[in-house]
Ligand binder design. Structure first.
Ligand SMILES: Cc1ncc(COP(=O)(O)O)c(C=O)c1O
Length: 397
């Protein structure tokens, strides 16, 4: 081992000693909300395939049934051949962006390679030195990285504390050129929902720009699955709405909805848009395919809501510490190693559950993050609250 590697190994050992080591596990996708690990099937309570589309064999077969020789390369090609500003922009890109723009009308849409690309590209492109970003304390790592890459001053306000946000706006607004308010709509680790109406009111009062990451809400919330801003009647008031395709859309990539001028500016300046190979035609065709179906998936949206309501009630009945009001729910454990132990116990009972530990969540708030999919049935989840309560109790004994 070189001296450099020895130094890195010492750091890795430290991560291990803190109980924070991560490993790659090889999972197979199975139907009805299940995954396969080393030949055994588990109910997948840790994934983001919220509408169950990634594991729907009929739907996937229907998609590939469209494949023919004439469109093999243009619609099913595996590579885009370049960045979108060079040779990687194809008809499927335009169709997807135009289709989404119609759904989010009057917004205009720009597609990025992932939610991570979108958040680390848009924020630095827009927020400059002399500007201020006010962000919810629990914003996703990609938003935090985007803020870090910008030259703006960043202040993070306590989670969903809008009185504090208002106080910060009142205190700092005048000293900065542009002020951005950044939030998630459904928070990825807590499953609770922002009050976008309140935020819109503040952004209007203080002439700020509102940036909302709807990664966990698109497909699921709102009448047409456009997200929480649709559900709360705030679509037109959000300045930049980011949705991701990797979760309920069961694909890859992300999009931002904004004005025409912002779209044009971003495609000229967002570095994570410019300096990367565009998504391949096959991925974009899948997104076009599901885009036509998602607005009608009211039954799935209702079903996942019902599943979440009953599971949350069950967890509370067992005296577990949970929260949120969506298909994502945390079960607070506290210490990282304990969260890992409880997850392992549940795994033995057939539930694929992952412990979420720092730095993903603040120290001392390690938790199990339960996430549901519309592919599950009520009875799949019936025994889970009791099993969880027993596992936590056994560990404390
Ligand atoms: C709130 C939020 N934004 C962005 C992302 C990143 O999206 P992607 O997986 O498409 O990079 C995630 C992913 O977990 C997320 O939870």
């Amino acid at each position: 081992m070189t001296r450099f590697e020895q130094r890195i190994k010492a750091r890795l050992d430290n991560i291990r000693a803190l109980g924070l080591a991560r490993n790659l596990l090889e999972l197979g996708i199975s139907g009805e909300g299940r995954v396969v690990y080393q030949g055994r099937e588990y109910l997948n309570c840790a994934g983001n395939d919220y509408l169950g589309l990634a594991a729907d064999p009929k739907l996937v077969a229907q998609f590939y049934d469209q494949l023919d020789e004439k469109t093999l390369l243009s619609r099913f090609g595996p590579g885009s051949t370049g960045s979108r500003l060079m040779t990687g922009n194809h008809g499927v890109n335009r169709e997807l962006e135009e289709g989404l723009s119609r759904l989010y009308d009057p917004g205009r849409v720009l597609v990025f390679n992932s939610g991570y690309h979108a958040n680390i590209g848009i924020l630095p492109a827009l927020a400059q030195r002399g500007d201020l970003i006010l962000a919810d304390k629990l914003c996703h790592a990609s938003l935090i990285d985007g803020m870090r890459l910008s030259r703006a001053k960043v202040i993070r306000y306590p989670h969903m504390d809008y009185a504090r946000l208002e106080a910060l706006l009142a205190q700092h607004r005048k000293a900065y050129g542009q002020v951005f308010i950044v939030t998630e709509s459904i928070f990825s680790m807590d499953g609770d929902t922002a009050n976008l109406g309140r935020m819109v009111h503040l952004k209007e009062q203080f002439h700020a720009v509102l940036y909302v990451d709807e990664a966990h809400a698109v497909g699921l919330r709102g009448r047409h699955g456009l997200g929480l801003a649709e559900e709360q009647g705030m679509l037109e008031a959000v300045d930049l709405l980011v949705g991701t395709f990797g979760k309920a859309w069961a694909g890859q990539g992300a999009f931002v909805v904004c004005s025409q001028v912002l779209r044009k500016y971003l495609l000229n300046t967002a570095r994570s848009f410019i300096f990367t190979t565009g998504l391949p035609p096959v991925s974009l065709s899948w997104l076009l395919f599901v885009m036509k179906k998602i607005p009608q998936m009211t039954r799935q949206r209702r079903h996942i809501r019902q599943l979440a309501d009953s599971l949350r009630k069950g967890l509370l009945r067992e005296g577990l510490e949970t929260g949120g009001n969506s298909h994502i729910m945390p079960v607070l454990i506290g210490a990282a190693d304990r969260a890992v132990q409880v997850a392992e116990t549940l795994r033995k009972r057939g539930f694929w559950i992952t412990a979420v530990r720092p730095p993903t969540v603040p120290a001392g708030t390690a938790r199990l993050r339960l996430s549901l999919t519309a592919a599950m049935k009520e009875e799949d989840l019936a025994s889970l609250p009791r099993l969880l309560a027993d596992a936590i109790m056994d560990m404390q004994a």
